[in-house]
Design a protein around this ligand. Structure first.
Ligand code: 8X3
Length: 251
């Protein structure tokens, strides 16, 4: 019944939103954190603010991931890998969906997670009490109109998370899936809607209290901070106003 006492985490998607909030929360909880994202300037600021170590990398690029593995090994290793990098592009129906949007979503949500897990599995196995936490979405649970491409990517990321749990249990790897619904962050809707700030605002309009990145970060930190024998396999977290993806109360 070993505790997770070493508390060394790698967090991707750390330049904004849930990823940045997770870095802040884990640092406040006393973790050593390597914060990973593509945008070095934002990472640097976060590192100065929180004392996290910053490493600029694109999780879909093999050479970046390999360099990150070396950096982490040289800075105390890890016991916990938190894959938050991801996102949505487009709200097209299948009839008009753009292959480049779908390709981007598959790359960042699915192949990025796969590459990060593959790269860090040897260290996590060697640690003996490793944890992988993948941030998926309620878009992984039920399809919705205009969601197909994002649904497909998040269903896939959910599937690889479930397979990993089965494949690595013999190596004592804990695999957690955090599944958020509507979370208001500065960039998620903006990225999905091609930078249209008005349309992005409408996503949250009239919703009394959408979740924040910090809300989800609290859940992430709780899950990875539990003693290692406790596995919260799959945590669905929504604002109260969102009883289901299709059932959102707006005033
Ligand atoms: C975000 C949740 O409702 O936009 O991952 O699919 S939703």
């Amino acid at each position: 019944m070993a505790e997770n006492t070493s508390k060394h985490a790698v967090v991707t998607g750390a330049s904004s939103g849930i990823g940045a909030a997770t870095v802040r929360k884990l640092r406040a909880d006393g973790w050593t954190v390597v914060a990973v994202a593509r945008r070095a300037d934002r990472l640097e600021k976060l590192a100065q603010e929180t004392g996290a170590l910053a490493f600029a990398a694109d999780v879909t690029r093999d050479e970046d991931v390999a360099a990150l593995v070396d950096f982490v090994a040289a800075h105390g290793g890890l016991d916990t890998l938190i894959n938050i990098a991801g996102g949505a592009r487009g709200t097209d129906h299948l009839a008009t969906a753009k292959a480049e949007d779908w390709d981007w979503m598959y790359q960042v949500n699915v192949l990025g997670t796969m590459k990060m897990v593959q790269a860090f599995l040897p260290a996590l196995r060697a640690h003996g009490h490793g944890t992988v936490l993948n941030l998926t979405s309620t878009a992984a649970l039920a399809a919705y109109e205009g969601g197909a491409g994002y649904n497909a990517a998040k269903f896939a990321q959910h599937a690889i998370t479930s397979a990993l749990r089965l494949e690595e249990v013999a190596n004592n790897l804990r695999v957690i899936e955090v599944v958020p619904g509507l979370v208001q962050t500065e960039e998620f809707a903006l990225n999905r809607l091609a930078g249209d700030a008005e349309a992005a605002k409408k996503v949250y309009e009239g919703v009394a209290a959408p979740l924040t990145g910090a809300d989800v970060a609290d859940v992430v930190s709780y899950a990875v901070g539990l003693p290692h024998h406790i596995n919260l396999d799959q945590i669905v977290v929504r604002p109260v106003a969102q009883a289901a993806n299709h059932k959102l109360i707006r005033s």
